[in-house]
Design a protein around this ligand. Structure first.
Ligand code: AMP
Ligand code: ZN
Length: 114
């Protein structure tokens, strides 16, 4: 989608600090990091919110979650711990409507979240 920020990052039209990419996914550093490690994992294909996921996307979502674990491990946070977040729609504070999995690490996270 031409007007989607993250589709434009996938296409390379907007720069991002990529930390991983493959045929299905791109992962890059969040521009406004909320922790020492703050990476966003997105599918190359546009999906606006979690609500648009279909059963055929189960493998894609699995790849996103497993990639989060791999990136956390590469950064040394596997044992210490890290936070993964999908925000969906207004009440959760979703601002970019192309699904993305936040992967945060390097500080203590509280629960419940704000
Ligand atoms: P959310 O609030 O869950 O929709 O998260 C959107 C995230 O995208 C925020 O953490 C932003 O800081 C991040 N973001 C927005 N624009 C960019 C960009 N150009 N490059 C990297 N991250 C971005
Ligand atoms: Zn998109």
């Amino acid at each position: 989608m031409a007007d989607c920020l993250f589709c434009r990052i996938v296409a390379g039209d907007i720069p991002a600090t990529r930390v991983y990419e493959d045929d299905h996914l791109v992962a890059f550093k969040d521009i406004n990091p909320q922790a020492p490690m703050h990476v966003l994992i997105i599918p190359r294909r546009h999906v606006a919110t979690l609500n648009e996921l279909a059963s055929g996307d189960d493998a894609l979502v699995g790849e996103m979650v497993r990639r989060a674990a791999a990136i956390a491990a590469e950064n040394g946070y596997a044992q210490r711990g890290y936070r993964t977040v999908f925000n969906c729609n207004a009440d959760a504070g979703q601002t970019v409507f192309h699904i993305h999995l936040h992967v945060l690490g390097g500080r203590l996270f509280t629960w419940p979240p704000g």
